[in-house]
Design a protein around this ligand. Structure first.
Ligand code: PLP
Length: 399
């Protein structure tokens, strides 16, 4: 399941050589990659703007850019937003720019791209400190030891890309505010999936898919939210939600704004069409995503399998029993027509070797049946680790 060449797709089926498999490695959570309304939005914009704007953003912005930033700012309820092609480019350029000669404080489970960006910031003069994931006490100690007259930036994931879980955002944001630090949060997997809570919401993922800050009822004070369109919105674009003066600063301090090529027109078009579909059908798609995810999670919990996911998000990591061979398990998955993301050593610590399933709104019930049947088979052979589940702490909707 590495480096596969996909010959053809049909919904969430993919063909690799002669084998048709169900794709549980896709992060196209809302199924926008397959949505005819979104596909139809591309041609007109490409005829109008050409296939690729080619200018760096500083050189020239097709009007699509301000339209995207205005709609995104409204959706997130943020002061302002800035878009660049990928989350990786944002981390690598924005974290060093914000940290300067100050301190970056990195959650130990933060995504590899955040880690790399913090290392880069370190090379440019920042001090880098890591704290055990979720450990507010240790973070506070490190924060107190960092010079107060220089920037301090705490970097972490929103919805974690491996566990599917959410951090205690209010506690981290509160600590950062108390110390005059910035909380920089990467919600690549939460944007489009979770959003603001309402009494009459279609699912516990909340409404509008406007990401973790709105979902947890937090404010953007001292919080920089980063997210991507390449997962739920199936488009090559990413964003930072930030105060307007910081946006002006990054326009000269973040190199990709000045020197890098932009996203292709097709992606800008599918982002705008994605906003339209999100406004009309987004909550129904999220309700379907939740229903399908819960079909898998309930099965996993009934089998008493260990998974770190306690937040009911569509990311389900399944560690193997000690001593089991991932290659054997991957062969069985393939033979049963299941395509998943493998997590081998040394990509993850030995104790976390296993595989990860992602559910999308474009999966079907028969596809979920086939996945659940395969998980039962692997569980009965003792391949999957067992472990009792921790009760999940999702906040109830506001009354
Ligand atoms: C949490 C997280 N951050 C960043 C990235 C990288 O995003 P991009 O492809 O937009 O650079 C990923 C990709 O999987 C991710 O999961």
């Amino acid at each position: 399941m590495y480096d596969a060449v996909i010959d053809e797709i049909d919904g969430r089926h993919i063909r690799v050589g002669n084998d048709w498999l169900i794709d549980f490695a896709s992060c196209n959570y809302l199924g926008f990659d397959l949505d005819p309304q979104i596909m139809d939005a591309i041609d007109g914009q490409v005829r109008r703007w050409g296939t690729h704007p080619s200018w760096s953003r500083l050189l020239g912005n097709p009007r699509l850019y301000p339209e995207i930033e205005e709609r995104l700012t409204e959706l997130l309820g943020a002061e302002d937003t800035l878009v660049l092609p990928t989350v990786t480019l944002i981390h690598m350029s924005v974290i060093p720019a914000l940290a300067g000669d100050g301190t970056v404080l990195l959650d130990s489970q933060a995504h590899k791209t955040i880690y790399d960006a913090c290392r880069y910031a370190q090379g440019l003069g920042a001090t880098m400190k890591r704290f055990p994931s979720g450990d507010l006490g240790r973070l506070e100690e490190l924060m107190r030891a960092a010079p107060r007259d220089r920037p301090r930036v705490v970097c972490m994931d929103g919805v974690n890309s491996m566990t599917g879980n959410l951090p205690d955002l209010s506690a981290f944001a509160g600590l950062c505010r108390e110390h005059g630090a910035l909380l920089y949060i990467d919600d690549a997997h939460g944007f489009g999936v979770i959003g603001e809570r309402h009494r009459r919401e279609a699912s516990p993922y909340g409404s509008r898919g406007n990401a973790i800050v709105a979902h947890l009822g937090e404010s953007y004070e001292n919080v920089i939210l980063v997210g991507g369109f390449s997962k739920a919105y199936s488009s090559l674009l990413a964003f930072i939600a930030l105060p307007t003066p910081m946006k002006s600063f990054l326009k000269i301090a973040a190199p990709p704004y000045l020197y890098s090529g932009p996203s292709p027109t097709a992606s800008l078009a599918t982002v705008l069409a994605g906003f339209d579909v999100n406004a009309i059908r987004g909550d129904a798609l999220r309700a379907e995503l939740y229903r399908l995810s819960m079909r898998v999670l309930s099965h996993v919990r009934d089998l008493d399998l260990a998974t770190p996911n306690i937040s009911d998000t569509p990311i389900i990591e399944l560690p193997l029993s000690p001593g089991r061979d991932l290659a054997d398990v991957a062969r069985t998955l393939w033979q049963r027509g299941i395509y998943a993301s493998l997590a081998p050593y040394p990509m993850v610590p030995r104790g976390q070797v296993g595989f990860r399933i992602q559910i999308t709104a474009a999966h079907t019930d028969p596809q979920i049946d086939q996945l659940n049947k395969t998980l039962s088979e692997l569980a009965s052979r003792g391949d999957l680790r067992r472990g009792s589940q921790i009760p999940h702490p999702r906040r109830p909707p506001p009354s």
